[in-house]
Design a protein around this ligand. Structure first.
Ligand code: GLA
Length: 490
């Protein structure tokens, strides 16, 4: 073949429809999806009023405009099928039907999420979609849903290898696509059959482990895997703590792709089982690992601290960063300060951001406040040779230092203050992508110092807390008092 015809053949190959799609599944979840799901706080107590009053409240406290766009209904909404096999919503819980809920949510500026299961029953024993995929996808489309969480209970033994699971979950993906409606597909098979290896060809997000529990580090027999088994967990279970989920995610999260995210499960912020530092850590890590951010609290009784965590634009800008690269765990050490749940540990996570910035998280899973250090060499550790970034100077922005104070948050909740989106950042007006591209200072956090080439970052980190930072190349070389030290509190 002559060179020119070889060139033509190659260009034709890349121009063929197979390569046309910009993202693996569809053009949704270009950044991890953000929203609210009822399960963690309400389980099966669902109805029209809960969804609509939550949407209304999210609007009032500014969380819709902070980016939380999906209102997702979980299990327990149906009463089975009619004589023709059509799924029926529970008329007591949803007296005006699902299309009405969708219409209301759409008119309020939200997108509507629905739940079903790739098995004969859902996890709470309601009708599942296995064998009814096309029919159910049509029903969901007729209700004008925008999102489907698709669970894995009662799957009739159709699991055990990646191919068997993938084939089962692909049926609903194809059925949704055939409706012509744009629907974000959130697979929930709890890490079974290694979805991080194949689910990016099927879903916009995929759960990588068992159900979350509102605890920072409490071990639980119902969540037997700890991460020590690498990515081989045979039983995902439930009641998994934040640290448990992170230690499992460390092995798989790098498989995330734009449009197909590892899902660490829904947020517990505001549900009462963790303290403020622990919730900040939970939220920071879910954002840095590019998990979907689905709030799981009762928004109608939200407290000031939870609001100021969930609305922090500097952390949300990490979650929604256009580069879409999750942080990696660069190191992990055990520490001697134990608590009721056993030995503590400390970790450092780091990853690149859009425009050449870097996010760094020092995580203190120990039982006391401690100084923590990370060298640039650790932060920019590359497999091959010395990373050039180590030889540069970096400004350090703290992503929690500008957190909204409790009085302001309370005034927003009471309806006497401005919503956070009006004070801080409104993504309905300016996307994170555009805000980052124009260097919006609200998204950067607070400049607290600089680390010079070959230097080390030192931060005091509270018990179960994080120091979460954005590093940005320093244009003006600020001389530190002593070489390679960070002048804190600039
Ligand atoms: C499974 C899922 C949860 C929730 C429940 C509902 O456990 O993992 O997120 O949807 O089912 O029954």
């Amino acid at each position: 073949m002559r060179h020119s015809s070889l060139f033509t053949a190659i260009s034709t190959l890349f121009a063929s429809p197979k390569y046309e799609a910009k993202y693996p599944i569809n053009d949704l979840a270009v950044t991890p999806q953000m929203g609210w799901n009822n399960w963690n706080a309400f389980a099966c107590s669902v109805n029209e009023h809960l969804l609509l009053s939550t949407a209304e409240k999210l609007n009032v406290v500014g969380l819709r405009d902070a980016g939380y766009k999906y209102i997702v209904l979980d299990d327990c909404w149906s009463v089975g099928r009619d004589g023709k096999g059509n799924l029926q919503y529970d008329p007591e819980k949803f007296p005006r039907g699902m299309k009405y809920v969708a219409d209301q949510l759409h008119s309020m500026g939200y997108l509507f999420g629905m739940y079903s299961d790739a098995g004969s029953y859902t996890c709470a024993n309601y009708a599942g979609s296995l064998g009814y995929e096309e029919q159910d996808a049509k029903t969901f489309a007729s209700w004008e849903i925008d999102y489907l969480k698709y669970d894995n209970c009662f799957n009739e033994g159709l699991c055990g290898t990646p191919k068997i699971s993938a084939d089962r979950f692909r049926v609903m993906k194809d059925a949704l696509r055939a409706t012509g409606r744009s629907v974000l597909y959130a697979m929930c098979n709890w890490g079974e059959d290694f979805p991080w290896r194949w689910a990016h060809t099927i879903a916009n997000s995929y759960r990588m482990g068992g159900d979350i529990y509102d605890s920072f580090s409490r071990p639980d027999a119902r969540c037997p895997c700890t991460g020590e088994e690498g990515d081989h967990c045979s039983y995902a279970g439930s009641h998994c703590s934040v640290m448990n989920i992170l230690n499992k995610a460390a092995y798989v999260v790098h498989n995330s792709k734009i449009g197909a995210w590892n899902d660490l499960d829904m947020l517990e912020v505001g549900n009462g089982g963790m303290d403020d530092e622990e919730y900040k850590t939970h939220f920071s890590m879910w954002a840095a690992l590019k998990s979907p951010l689905l709030m799981g609290n009762d928004v109608n009784t939200i407290d000031a601290k939870s609001l100021s965590i969930l609305s922090n634009p500097a952390v949300l800008a990490i979650s929604q960063d256009p580069a879409g690269i999750p942080v990696s765990r660069m190191w992990r050490y055990y520490v001697n300060d134990t608590d009721a749940y056993g030995q503590g540990e400390i970790q450092m996570w780091s990853g690149p951001l859009f425009g050449g910035d870097q996010v760094v998280v020092l995580l203190n899973g120990g039982n006391r406040t401690r100084m923590m250090n990370a060298t640039l060499e650790e932060i920019f550790c590359h497999e091959m040779g010395i990373a050039p970034e180590i030889k540069e100077d970096w400004n350090i922005y703290d992503l929690w230092a500008n957190r909204m104070d409790a009085a302001t948050a309370q005034s927003i909740i009471d309806g006497t203050g401005l919503a956070p989106a009006d004070v801080y950042y409104n993504v309905t007006k300016l996307s994170f992508k555009d805000g980052l591209a124009t260097g919006n200072p609200t998204l950067l956090g607070k400049l607290i110092g600089m680390v010079e080439a070959d230097g080390v970052i030192k931060r005091e980190v509270p018990r179960h807390g994080v120091a979460m930072m954005r590093l940005r190349r320093s244009k003006t070389r600020l001389r530190a008092a002593s070489a390679h030290q960070v002048p804190l509190g600039l």
